[in-house]
Design a protein around this ligand. Structure first.
Ligand code: NAD
Ligand code: LMR
Length: 326
């Protein structure tokens, strides 16, 4: 190993996604097979013991690229010197909880984490928020890290993107590698808009009937999280971890020529999406930066869907603003 290890902080390390994610990071899939990593695990005090158990298993993997593991229950320490932060731990919605209560409970997690990132993370910090409601949790963290460039805060919609790829691949009977330029717009919620308007199969525009799009593809992708919960009794974990790996790997290593992916990034007002919210867009990655794909024509059907999901994000932003969380 010639390179200094990259510090990767994972919150919610003892949870389901953490269990699937940590071993893939340790094996080099997050950053590449030549990049050593040091893991910094953040948990709440009650779950530190379980995180210690996971750390024992990580040791037992004898991963050549794993240069160390530290466990914390204090965000200030966990984010000290961190280069990549994966914010997975969040407060799940419990019975009788309203959306505002959920946003408030998560504000109690993502505000101090944003402050800790601002205070102690490395200059090249990149943050991916996975914990739901991911877009607005990312907005909360970002607003408490004024010294960190806004484009370092992202929210995960790569799982939705991968779900869309899988559904279209099945419909067209082609491998996912043949498909390009799908896009997820808006919120990581049931209002999201998985778009095939610019999608290509084997270099040609995708042609599918509108009824399949409206009645099958869009609801299947948008409600897939709920369908997994219904089937498994737990929310998606391995596929979410896999998408988090994809999101960071692409961010660092770039998108292939002639394609793009999807990520929740801070809106610069492109496509009429309210400036400052963290919304999913089609994005390319180059030189360690995600950039919104510009200049796409948006048809009326797409416009209405994008506007609906963005309206939900604006409502979430207004709620956390009223609660004094941003
Ligand atoms: P989980 O309940 O198994 O684990 C969450 C872990 O977070 C727990 O171990 C808990 O102790 C920890 N935690 C809670 N508060 C914390 C804090 N303040 N600091 C550090 N750790 C804390 O949940 P999971 O299945 O791993 O899912 C985690 C989150 O990811 C959930 O919010 C889930 O809805 C979300 N999720 C998002 C996507 C996406 O595509 N964006 C997909 C799947 C799941
Ligand atoms: C998913 O898309 O699988 C999750 O965000 C669902 C959830 O609510 O945890």
């Amino acid at each position: 190993m010639t390179q200094a290890p990259v510090n990767v902080t994972v919150t919610g390390a003892a949870g389901q996604i953490g269990y699937a994610l940590l071993f893939r990071i340790a094996s080099g899939q997050l950053l590449g097979q030549d990049v050593p990593v040091k893991l910094r695990l953040l948990e709440i005090p009650q779950a530190v013991k379980a995180a210690e158990g996971t750390a024992m298993e990580l040791d037992d993997g004898a991963f050549p690229l794993l240069a160390g593991i530290d466990i914390f229950d204090d965000p200030k320490q966990a984010f000290e010197g961190t280069n990549i932060a994966l914010l997975v731990g969040a407060r799940p919605r419990s019975k009788g909880m309203e959306r505002g209560d959920l946003l408030e409970a998560n504000g109690g997690i993502f505000k101090p984490q944003g402050e800790a990132i601002n205070a102690g993370a490395a200059d090249d910090i990149k943050v991916l928020v996975v914990g739901n409601p991911a877009n607005t949790n990312a907005l909360i963290a970002r607003s408490h890290a004024p010294d960190v460039p806004a484009d370092r805060f992202t929210a995960m919609t790569r799982l939705d993107h991968n779900r869309a790829l899988a559904q279209l691949s099945k419909k067209l009977g082609v491998p996912v590698t043949e498909l390009k330029k799908l896009a997820i717009w808006g919120n990581h919620s049931a209002t999201q808009y998985p778009s095939v308007q610019h999608a290509e199969v084997g270099g040609k525009p995708v042609e599918v009937d509108q009824a399949w799009l409206e009645n099958d593809f869009i609801p299947t992708v948008a409600k897939r999280g709920a369908a997994i919960i219904e089937a498994r009794g737990l929310s998606s974990a391995a596929s979410a971890a896999s998408a988090a790996i994809d999101h960071v790997y692409t961010w660092v290593n770039g998108t292939p020529a002639g394609d793009w992916t999807s990520a929740g990034v801070v809106s610069d007002g492109s496509y009429g999406v309210a400036e400052g919210i963290i919304s999913s867009f089609p994005v390319t990655a180059k030189d360690g930066k995600y950039e919104i794909v510009q200049g796409l024509e948006i048809d009326d059907f797409s416009r209405a869907r994008i506007d609906a999901s963005v309206a939900e994000l604006v409502e979430e932003r207004d709620t956390v603003q009223k609660l004094g969380l941003i």
